[in-house]
Design a protein around this ligand. Structure first.
Ligand SMILES: Cc1cc2nc3c(=O)[nH]c(=O)nc-3n(C[C@H](O)[C@H](O)[C@H](O)COP(=O)(O)OP(=O)(O)OC[C@H]3O[C@@H](n4cnc5c(N)ncnc54)[C@H](O)[C@@H]3O)c2cc1C
Length: 422
């Protein structure tokens, strides 16, 4: 087993990992030994979270060295995936078998296990979080035992979005669907007040819809509509109230960034995995030099929440690269930010200046408080544990589950203490 100097920061570089030991096991057997011997341990995925959730006061382990297996069960429409694999590593292989995932996040660089651990999502009012595709998982628990959990087990909905607190996930079983083609079109300059009456219709105008604004003027800078290729161009463009114009060339959601790093637009159909993410796997996604925050709230609160944000738009704009608004269908996972409610997500890509950004994050939390916002677990937020507990009624059950698999608290860290009170 290799012990190496691990990556000393997360992807964004805003978190310096304090874990004194870094392990890179090449097999599940080696991983079991690391976990069994460690006093404290956490798994690091691809490090794309913007907070300290993947850090550990003891050992930090990467599973990127485990065999990158992808086993498709065509008859059952399932795929078994090694936890360390990224969506970019999985998608092409899955597509060659004629299968697809229903949805992807804005970037394919993130690990499957790390994404599912936080309730990571894309957009689409009928599309659930990526975690909702998990039909089974294999976990190395605190004593080094291997446990298999499947959909149908009583506590399974508690184990999927686990924030790294139950053990080391070594394999996931994901539901798949037949491969499909998507085309995406970008529109520009939709006035924000159009959303007052037409938010739901616009969000329903494609398979996956993202609205972008920089909050510097009362309009969407861009509207990305990803449609199933078989459905043709979105009907919305013909609506009399639809005041946006089609972008004449490819766009990047962050003003000034090169569109070559983005997936193909202008209505050209292509495979699901080359259209559902905004960013291509071979480039740095988004701005690269950034921080991120995101809140999910009940979908029905989208318009009042937009007005609440508009009240503080100048404060937001001063530290913002871009804001993205998406929709996520409800799932049944205990700690999923979209758990039990169809949700709207307000995402903020910030300038990389934590001191300037944090007061605005607190301001956003105050503005959105009436809507019970659930922060993205992997991004920057300041919501205290007591408030989070009020927004997840199954949290006590999750803590019981964590005590069951990890009685001594080996998988605890500063993040779980701060956010879960454990
Ligand atoms: C540019 C950019 C764009 C993004 N876009 C989106 C988006 O579109 N939608 C969205 O929802 N989020 C988005 N995110 C956030 C990101 O998807 C999540 O933070 C995700 O959890 C990161 O996955 P990771 O593999 O990097 O996990 P890490 O950040 O490495 O880890 C996340 C958590 O999972 C745990 N973990 C990881 N692997 C395992 C394992 N095998 N077993 C046990 N625990 C494990 C870690 O301990 C940690 O607690 C974006 C992030 C970036 C940087």
């Amino acid at each position: 087993m290799t012990t190496t100097a691990g990556p000393r920061t997360n992807w964004a570089g805003n978190i310096a990992f304090a874990a004194p030991d870094f392990y890179h096991p090449a097999s599940v057997g080696e991983l079991r030994l690391v976990v069994a011997r460690a006093r404290q341990v956490r798994v690091l995925g691809t490090g794309h979270s913007f907070n300290d959730m993947a850090d550990s006061p003891g050992a930090q382990v990467s599973l990127a060295g485990l065999p990158p297996e992808v086993e498709v069960d065509s008859a059952a429409s399932l795929v078994r995936v090694a936890a360390g694999l990224s969506y970019a590593g999985l998608a092409g292989r899955l597509d060659r078998h004629g299968f697809a995932l229903r949805n992807l996040a804005s970037l394919p660089h993130i690990s499957v296990a790390g994404s599912c651990a936080t309730g990571t999502h894309g957009s689409g009012r009928a599309n659930q979080s990526l975690s909702a595709a998990v039909a089974g998982l294999e976990l190395v628990t605190a004593e080094g035992d291997v446990v298999e959990l499947s959909r149908g087990d009583d506590t399974f909905p508690g184990a999927v979005v686990h924030l790294g607190a139950l053990g080391a996930v070594t394999r996931l079983i994901l539901e798949v669907v037949p491969s499909f083609e998507v085309s995406q079109r970008v529109y520009e300059g939709l006035p924000l007040d159009v959303l007052d009456d037409h938010f739901a219709a616009i969000m329903a105008s494609g398979y996956s819809v993202s609205m972008f604004t920089d909050w510097r003027a009362a309009r969407l800078t861009q509207l990305w509509i990803k449609s199933l290729a078989e459905d043709g161009p979105p009907a919305i463009a013909g609506e009399p109230w639809f005041a946006a114009s089609p972008a004449p060339s490819a766009r990047h959601p962050v003003p000034g960034m090169p569109p070559e790093t983005c997936t193909q637009q202008l209505g050209v159909p292509g495979p699901w995995f080359e259209r559902l993410p905004h960013f291509k796997p071979e480039f740095t996604p988004s701005a690269g030099d950034e921080l991120q925050t995101e809140y999910l709230l009940p979908a029905g609160q989208a318009v009042p929440a937009l007005h609440a944000l508009h009240q503080v738009s100048e404060r937001i704009a001063a530290v913002l690269r871009i804001c993205e608004i998406r929709m996520i269908a409800a799932d049944e996972l205990w700690l999923s930010p979209a758990g039990e409610q169809d949700s709207v997500a307000f995402h903020f890509t910030w300038l990389p200046d934590a001191a300037a950004v944090l007061p605005v994050v607190s301001l956003l939390e105050r503005q959105l408080a009436p809507f019970g916002p659930r922060p993205h677990w992997g991004k920057i937020f300041t919501t205290p544990a007591a408030e989070l507990a009020g927004r997840y009624h199954r949290l006590p059950d999750f803590l019981d589950l964590a005590r069951y698999y990890d009685p001594a608290g080996k998988f605890r860290n500063a993040y779980t203490a701060r956010c879960l009170g454990r």
